[in-house]
Each structure stands twice: as structure tokens, then as C-alpha cells.
Ligand binder design. Sequence first.
Ligand code: MN
Length: 266
Amino acid sequence: MKNSNSRRDFLKKSAALATLLMAAQKGVLGTIANASTSKSAIENNSLNFFEENVKTSEDGKFLLPILPYSFDALEPHIDKLTMEIHYSKHHQAYVTNLNKALETIDPSILGGIPTFDNIFDKVAKLPPAVRNNAGGHYNHSLFWILMLSNTDKHPTGKLADAINDTYGTFDEFKKQFSDLSMKRFGSGWAWLVVNKGKLVMGSTANQDNPLMNLDSVEIKGTPVLALDLWEHAYYLKNQNRRAEYIASWWNVVNWEVAESLFLSAK
Ligand code: MN
């Protein structure tokens, strides 16, 4: 913070954010997500929501962001129970364990309040628990806003043009992305990113992501699409059938948010 005004604004914003997120954790989420008018308002602003809330931490503590729709919103493609456990148990655990892991490090390594930016930049010098849980928190926060019910099921605008320029057709792009998602051995993520103005696809292991400053992460860039390939994302409905889960996921991709991520990355 460069002056007392911005420090004050920061604290005010953080306090409001903390109240909002704590309310969400206490169950207000269900009320918001089940009211159809509020739900669409949240969905329409999900990218702004991510930018303003998910990256923010208060006093160095990360908080579980609000899910921008109800647990059953993605039925029949992604089932309600999977969404509930994935968000309330798995994502919450990454947030809780990230906060615990951050208590064990020398704060000067990050050069300030922990953020995704400084954690991913310094990740090589941080304990595996920070890497895994910060990745888990960021990746899931992005994954939620990149899904929506009743989508058009295909990209539009500048992202559609870039996909066609790079991969020939959308069908060819889907095929290549699905193939690499099938080939990721064990747990990980599939990504479409922008790197130096170009679209690149690839996958990462565990909770690593393309923002991490690590040689072992082969794909680098700003994420446009993120697909969770952990079995916890599909085991309850699809059991071991990852191909079936990937085919379902294409039905709920939020291409509007993907295009916004693409445009802001260029
Ligand atoms: Mn997951």
C-alpha cells in the first residue's frame, strides 16, 4: 500500500469481502443460488466475481469463494452430489490446508500478503503443501466460473476465431483437448492457455497449473479453459469412465467467461 487512503480502501474492501464469504460459508450460498433472479445475476458476472473476490485474501488468509450457481445447476451433465462434495469438501480442504501451510513459511519469501501471483512466482522456494493447496484453490476457483448450465456449447467471437485459426475447426480442437485429457496419467488438469498471444493446450499433474514458475510444468501461459481430471470430479457419477465425464463437461463450458479470459490475456 502506497498511502493511507489506499490502505484504508483495502481494509474496507477486505472486511466487506470477509463478511460476504463468511456468510456464504454459513449457508447463505444456498439461499442466493436457489433464487433464480440472483442466480442469473451472479452467473452473468462470474468473471468479475473471480477478479474481485477469489484472488483476494484478508490478512493473508484465503477464503472459499461463493459458487456462482446451485449444486444441481449443471445436471444432468455434472450431478448435484459430485458438485456438493467437490466444492464443500475438496475445494474447502485446499483453502484450509493452504492457510495452514502458509503459517509455516517465512513471510518475507513472498514479499507481502500472500496472493496467487506471488505464490505461483515463488513456488519453487515454497513447501509442497503450499504448491499443492494454492494450486488446488486457484484451479477450482477458475473451474467453477468456467461452467454454466444451458450454454451455447460452442465458442463465439474472437476466441472462436482463434480456435479455428489454430486448430482448423472447433471439432478438431475438442478432439485434441479431449485426447490430451485422456492421456494425463493419474490426477491433473487439462488447460487451454494464451502464451505470447497464441493458444496452446496441455495438461499438468496434481494441482500444478500454467501460472507456476516451475520447469516441471510444461505448459505455461494465462488460462482460458481448465478441466479437472481428478477422479473426485467424476467418480460418483461416471465411476472410472473419464471419457464420459469429458464428453459431459463440453455441455457446460461457459464460453463467455472463456472468451473474456482470452481477451484479457492478449
Ligand atoms: Mn477437483
